[in-house]
Design a protein around this ligand. Sequence first.
Ligand code: STR
Length: 422
Amino acid sequence: MNDPDLATQRFSQHRLTSPRQSRNQTIVIDPLVRDLAGETAKLRSAGPFARIDLLGVPAWTVTSHAVARRLLTDSRLVKDINHWGLFQSGIVNQQWPLIGMVDPGRSMFTVDGAEHRRLRVKTAQAVTPRRLEALRPVIDELTRSLLDDLQNLDRVDLKTTFAQPLPMGVVCALMGVDKSEIPRQMRLWKAFFSMLTPQDERLAVISELDVIFTDMVREKTAHPGDDLTSALILADDGGEPLTEEEVVGNLKSMVAAGHETTIGLILNAVRGLLTHPDQLALVLAGAVPWTSVVEEALRWDPPVSHLLMRFATEDIDVDGFVIEKGEGVVISYRAIGRDASHHGPDADFFDVTRSTPIRHMTFGHGPHICPGAALSRLEAGIALPALFARFPGLRLAVPSAELRNLPIMTQNDLESFPVHLR
Ligand code: STR
């Protein structure tokens, strides 16, 4: 179970190469994320398109900001897995460990066009400035109480004590998931995302999550509350109301996306600052706003390394490069954030004083652009200044190079984040 090679070996039956594909160099994405910086560099030098191997399954990835921007509004690239040739032929099936990332059931994450607008509009509408303002005191209060709990400690894991409980607490409050459910949510999503979880166990976790969320939607249908799940159930905009499956799908997506990504944002921002003390000093002196820290962390070290997946409904010619009908396309946001033709020759450097901090595309682009972007900015914008105000002497308890990524192929999240608070 902890043998690092197991995860890859199990899927050797999926290994396949067509003659056309084998002409290209293939970059194997490491399921255990042992060298993310090295992987990003390789992808960048192969760009704007790179052939990648996802546990034996081939796909294209896009590593160029400009090309990704074009493709993300191209209606010939869709999210419905039924357009994937390797899925149609059965080569990709329930045994592939990433199936739950690509085929999580019907939700705004998996449909396009008019159907997508119908599924998405209520969720996106709910994350309005007004709803966010209503959440601000919740975030303030949770931040304060987590920091209070750390008050008399010195060496702690900032992940389990702060970066993780904050976004999970916030998204559960937003969606109406009961507080008592949080430990179980954490355990299930951890198993869902980890590439070390055996596939039969992951499929059981997915079923368990489906049961939990379906029960919750039934309960809220009978007794609506003041939460986004109830709002999704009740929403009446003149169109077809969302089905139970659709509400469950959106709810699952929001809980998954709303915690796993924001953990990475908070930790990666803290790591950037602690490893660039001159820049931290500028921020603490008020010379650089916290918003610039958040945007630079999003660009330089995004919480999402690779976004799976889109499928070509017909051949798509991008400047002479053809994505063939039925092929799968990944967007590699971490490589895109380092695109020198967009961010300049210093793209590889963390620099909170950049004059164009917001030009990154880490939240995506086009119809599927992250509906939680404003919420994550709000959370990080509260959490980071509060953390450094409370513990101005905050420092890493291990060398930055020793921080390990979680074995989550698509995400950029850390195993733990040991710090000294004073
Ligand atoms: C996890 C499993 C599930 O039940 C529903 C979804 C849909 C939304 C996905 C989520 C997934 C995995 C993490 C994602 C999220 C949308 C944004 C988030 C991909 C597949 C990111 O990491 C960008």
